[in-house]
Design a protein. Structure first.
Length: 149
Protein backbone atom coordinates (compact mmCIF):
# COMPACT_ATOMS: atom_id res chain seq x y z
CA UNK A 1 0.00 0.00 0.00
CA UNK A 2 1.27 3.46 -0.90
CA UNK A 3 0.90 6.12 1.75
CA UNK A 4 -0.08 9.56 0.49
CA UNK A 5 0.79 12.58 2.59
CA UNK A 6 0.11 16.32 2.33
CA UNK A 7 2.80 18.92 1.68
CA UNK A 8 2.86 19.86 5.36
CA UNK A 9 3.16 16.24 6.45
CA UNK A 10 6.01 15.65 4.00
CA UNK A 11 7.89 18.75 5.18
CA UNK A 12 7.49 17.61 8.79
CA UNK A 13 8.69 14.10 7.94
CA UNK A 14 11.75 15.52 6.14
CA UNK A 15 12.50 17.88 9.02
CA UNK A 16 12.21 15.08 11.57
CA UNK A 17 14.49 12.83 9.53
CA UNK A 18 17.07 15.60 9.22
CA UNK A 19 16.82 17.16 12.70
CA UNK A 20 16.00 14.24 14.97
CA UNK A 21 17.57 11.31 13.13
CA UNK A 22 20.57 13.22 11.78
CA UNK A 23 20.17 12.20 8.14
CA UNK A 24 21.57 15.05 6.01
CA UNK A 25 19.25 16.57 3.41
CA UNK A 26 21.66 15.67 0.62
CA UNK A 27 21.20 11.98 1.52
CA UNK A 28 17.40 12.34 1.42
CA UNK A 29 17.75 14.01 -1.98
CA UNK A 30 19.99 11.23 -3.28
CA UNK A 31 17.57 8.56 -2.05
CA UNK A 32 14.53 10.32 -3.55
CA UNK A 33 16.26 10.86 -6.88
CA UNK A 34 17.62 7.32 -7.05
CA UNK A 35 14.23 5.75 -6.24
CA UNK A 36 12.53 7.94 -8.83
CA UNK A 37 15.17 7.00 -11.41
CA UNK A 38 14.55 3.30 -10.72
CA UNK A 39 10.79 3.74 -11.02
CA UNK A 40 11.17 5.57 -14.34
CA UNK A 41 13.48 2.79 -15.60
CA UNK A 42 10.63 0.33 -15.08
CA UNK A 43 8.31 2.66 -16.99
CA UNK A 44 10.81 2.95 -19.87
CA UNK A 45 11.16 -0.84 -20.08
CA UNK A 46 7.41 -1.44 -19.91
CA UNK A 47 6.70 1.01 -22.75
CA UNK A 48 9.88 0.21 -24.68
CA UNK A 49 10.81 3.90 -24.92
CA UNK A 50 14.02 5.14 -26.49
CA UNK A 51 15.45 8.59 -26.99
CA UNK A 52 16.45 11.65 -25.04
CA UNK A 53 15.24 12.30 -21.51
CA UNK A 54 14.49 15.94 -20.73
CA UNK A 55 14.50 16.93 -17.06
CA UNK A 56 13.12 20.28 -15.93
CA UNK A 57 14.66 21.34 -12.61
CA UNK A 58 13.41 24.11 -10.35
CA UNK A 59 15.52 26.03 -7.87
CA UNK A 60 14.47 24.12 -4.75
CA UNK A 61 14.96 20.61 -3.43
CA UNK A 62 12.62 19.11 -6.03
CA UNK A 63 15.00 20.48 -8.65
CA UNK A 64 17.83 18.84 -6.73
CA UNK A 65 16.00 15.52 -7.01
CA UNK A 66 15.87 16.13 -10.77
CA UNK A 67 19.65 16.62 -10.95
CA UNK A 68 20.13 13.32 -9.11
CA UNK A 69 17.77 11.59 -11.56
CA UNK A 70 19.68 13.12 -14.49
CA UNK A 71 23.01 11.91 -13.14
CA UNK A 72 21.78 8.33 -12.74
CA UNK A 73 20.38 8.25 -16.27
CA UNK A 74 23.58 9.79 -17.65
CA UNK A 75 25.76 7.30 -15.76
CA UNK A 76 23.77 4.46 -17.27
CA UNK A 77 24.18 5.57 -20.88
CA UNK A 78 20.99 7.51 -21.49
CA UNK A 79 20.94 10.78 -23.44
CA UNK A 80 19.90 13.47 -20.96
CA UNK A 81 19.11 17.16 -21.32
CA UNK A 82 18.59 19.25 -18.20
CA UNK A 83 16.60 22.49 -18.25
CA UNK A 84 17.39 24.52 -15.14
CA UNK A 85 15.03 27.36 -14.26
CA UNK A 86 16.73 30.63 -13.42
CA UNK A 87 20.13 31.55 -12.05
CA UNK A 88 22.04 28.47 -10.76
CA UNK A 89 23.69 30.65 -8.10
CA UNK A 90 20.26 30.99 -6.47
CA UNK A 91 19.67 27.25 -6.10
CA UNK A 92 19.00 25.79 -2.66
CA UNK A 93 22.18 24.33 -1.09
CA UNK A 94 21.66 20.61 -1.77
CA UNK A 95 20.13 21.34 -5.18
CA UNK A 96 23.16 23.47 -6.04
CA UNK A 97 25.50 20.66 -5.02
CA UNK A 98 23.71 18.26 -7.37
CA UNK A 99 23.60 20.88 -10.14
CA UNK A 100 27.38 21.29 -9.87
CA UNK A 101 27.87 17.50 -9.94
CA UNK A 102 25.85 17.31 -13.18
CA UNK A 103 27.87 20.19 -14.59
CA UNK A 104 31.11 18.38 -13.67
CA UNK A 105 29.80 15.25 -15.40
CA UNK A 106 29.28 17.39 -18.52
CA UNK A 107 25.58 16.58 -18.65
CA UNK A 108 23.99 19.15 -21.00
CA UNK A 109 22.31 21.88 -18.95
CA UNK A 110 20.35 24.74 -20.45
CA UNK A 111 19.52 27.62 -18.13
CA UNK A 112 15.95 28.76 -18.78
CA UNK A 113 15.28 32.44 -18.32
CA UNK A 114 12.38 32.45 -20.79
CA UNK A 115 10.37 29.89 -22.74
CA UNK A 116 11.94 30.83 -26.11
CA UNK A 117 14.41 27.95 -26.10
CA UNK A 118 11.71 25.40 -25.28
CA UNK A 119 10.23 25.59 -28.73
CA UNK A 120 13.43 24.67 -30.58
CA UNK A 121 13.61 21.23 -28.98
CA UNK A 122 12.62 18.11 -30.84
CA UNK A 123 10.42 15.59 -29.11
CA UNK A 124 12.11 13.83 -26.20
CA UNK A 125 11.11 10.28 -25.28
CA UNK A 126 10.38 11.37 -21.71
CA UNK A 127 9.92 14.65 -19.87
CA UNK A 128 10.58 14.60 -16.13
CA UNK A 129 9.09 17.40 -14.05
CA UNK A 130 11.32 18.34 -11.10
CA UNK A 131 10.15 21.94 -11.01
CA UNK A 132 8.11 22.35 -7.85
CA UNK A 133 7.80 20.35 -4.67
CA UNK A 134 6.30 20.67 -1.22
CA UNK A 135 7.49 24.26 -0.82
CA UNK A 136 5.04 25.67 -3.36
CA UNK A 137 2.60 28.19 -1.98
CA UNK A 138 -0.26 29.72 -3.94
CA UNK A 139 -0.68 29.86 -7.70
CA UNK A 140 2.10 28.92 -10.09
CA UNK A 141 3.19 32.11 -11.88
CA UNK A 142 5.76 33.55 -14.22
CA UNK A 143 8.33 31.37 -15.93
CA UNK A 144 7.25 28.25 -14.04
CA UNK A 145 3.68 28.65 -15.28
CA UNK A 146 4.90 29.25 -18.83
CA UNK A 147 7.09 26.15 -18.77
CA UNK A 148 4.31 23.97 -17.38
CA UNK A 149 1.84 25.22 -19.99
Amino acid sequence: MIKIVSNDQMRKMDAQTIDKLGVPGIILMENAGRQTYEYILEFIAELNLAGRIDIYCGKGNNGGDGYVIARHFHNNGYQVQIFSVGDPDRLADDAKTNYLICKNYNIPIEILESTKSLYKNDNPAIIIDALLGTGIKGEVEGLYKDIIE
